[in-house]
Design a protein around this ligand. Structure first.
Ligand SMILES: [Zn+2]
Length: 349
């Protein structure tokens, strides 16, 4: 912000045209020490909302949010490290200049969902713990989705939420949760031709172009208790959904891509070039489900949804399988000879 004072010396609020509005600058202008704790809470809430909605392109909010008392927002403190609401007179302590806690990933996704629910409905101040298992929220024509479900699985999503246009055909707000039971996976058949396990030819390809991720709903749903009533379509429901991998129209597995622990492989070559290991190509889901005993490359280069499916299936196969999996981030050109010496592993390309 430019020009903190006018010619008479009075403080003026004059945002520079080239810079976005910054609450921190505003507080600095008027002096953080003269603000009450409640007022500081409200300002912090506005800053959080601003940060969340910057990544929700196209989202709108109803005018009745103007009646909300932001200082009472439950999502503001949920699982937040103790810091902001003490007796602060030091501005830099109150609004750390380098990064907000939420930018560092400390503002949990549940709080972000609760914040969006408040601003979508204009009335709901829901307990953020309700949102702990939520992976997506549908409201009007917006789907607010945990970034893990729509981003490449090698990305570090850090509690981010993305908005996509769509609905689930229900009024009010639908909170989508995945089943608590372990995801179902297709049983292996006895047809050896389904798992040829051919040698990898070091060509980076996408052989999963007929793979889709399908979202469906189970019978389970539960209303969420809301204290505030008074707007049309204010109902909030938890709804169980299933995310599945389908290939050529046939079901392969249900998946839960959240919170996987698969390592990225983005180191440069360290192997002696004369070594020519034999790797195996994985070009079908059956081959992934029945992975070979050497190093294999799951070939879905550039195919986010097949890569998501592969990561989730390896995760569901257990800790050992998950540890023996590496994912190549987009744009990285690894040396596949480097991993030839590994005992047993799946490389998701
Ligand atoms: Zn190498």
């Amino acid at each position: 912000m430019d020009g903190m004072r006018d010619k008479s010396g009075d403080p003026t609020f004059r945002p520079a045209a080239s810079k976005p509005f910054d609450i921190g600058d505003f507080v600095k202008l008027i002096g953080a020490s003269c603000l009450t704790a409640q007022y500081r809470r409200s300002l912090r809430a506005i800053r959080c909302v601003n940060s969340i909605y910057q990544n929700l392109e196209g989202a709108t909010i109803p005018l009745n949010v103007l009646d909300i008392s932001l200082k009472e927002a439950k999502w503001l403190d949920y699982r937040r490290p103790v810091d902001d609401d003490g007796d602060f007179t030091d501005f830099e302590h109150f609004f750390p200049k380098r990064k907000e806690p939420m930018d560092r990933g400390f503002f949990p996704r549940a709080s972000r969902f609760a914040c969006i629910a408040m601003f979508e409905s204009g009335i709901h101040n829901l307990d953020p713990s309700v949102f702990d298992p939520v992976v997506a929220m549908a409201s009007a024509n917006s789907l607010f989705v945990a970034a893990e479900l729509v981003a490449d699985p090698s990305e570090l999503c850090q509690h981010a939420i993305k908005r996509v246009i769509g609905n689930v055909g229900r009024a009010g707000i639908s909170l989508l949760v995945l089943p608590q039971l372990a995801p179902r996976v297709k049983e292996l058949g006895y047809d050896w031709r389904a798992v040829p396990h051919e040698d990898y030819n070091f060509e980076r390809e996408d052989n999963f172009q007929h793979t889709n991720l399908v979202l469906s709903f189970t019978e389970w749903s539960r209303p969420v208790q809301v204290a505030q009533r008074g707007s049309i379509g204010e109902d909030v429901f938890l709804i169980e959904c299933v995310l599945s991998v389908h290939d050529r129209g046939k079901w392969v597995a249900d998946i839960d891509p959240m919170n996987h622990n698969i390592m990225k492989w983005d180191v440069s070559c360290t192997c002696p070039k004369q070594v020519e290991p034999t790797l195996t190509a994985i070009d079908s889901w059956e081959e992934l489900l029945d992975a070979p005993d050497n190093v294999a490359v799951f070939r879905a280069n550039g195919n986010i949804y097949a890569r998501l499916g592969a990561v989730a299936i390896r995760k569901s196969q257990g800790t050992d399988q998950q540890k023996r999996t590496l994912i190549v981030p987009p744009g990285v050109k690894p040396c596949f000879r480097c991993v030839g010496h590994l005992d047993k592993a799946v490389i998701i390309d």
